[in-house]
Design a protein. Structure first.
Length: 79
C-alpha cells in the first residue's frame, strides 16, 4: 500500500492520549498536544526526511505508537 491508496485525512492518537494527529496529505499534518489543561495546535508541512518518515509512520506503521481515531475525536481534542 502507498499514499495513492489512502483517502485523506486520516486521524491518529498517541496511546498515552497526549497528542492527536490529522494527516491531511503525505506532506501535511496537524497535531494537537495536550499539555496539562492547555491544547497546543501545530500544523507541519513535512519538508525534511525525518518529517516525511514521521508522516509515513503515522499513516502506515502507527499500531505500536498510536491508535486510529475518528475526525470527531480529533476535533473534540482541539476544544
Amino acid at each position: 500500500m502507498n499514499f495513492e491508496d489512502i483517502n485523506f485525512p486520516v486521524y491518529r492518537m498517541y496511546k498515552n492520549g497526549l497528542s492527536y494527529f490529522k494527516v491531511m496529505s503525505p506532506v501535511l499534518f496537524e497535531e494537537v498536544q495536550i499539555i496539562g489543561s492547555r491544547r497546543v495546535v501545530h500544523v507541519t508541512e513535512a519538508k525534511l526526511f525525518p518529517e516525511k518518515t514521521f508522516v509515513h509512520d503515522l499513516v502506515f506503521n502507527y499500531k505500536e505508537m498510536a491508535l486510529e481515531i475518528t475526525g470527531a475525536q480529533f476535533e473534540n481534542a482541539k476544544s
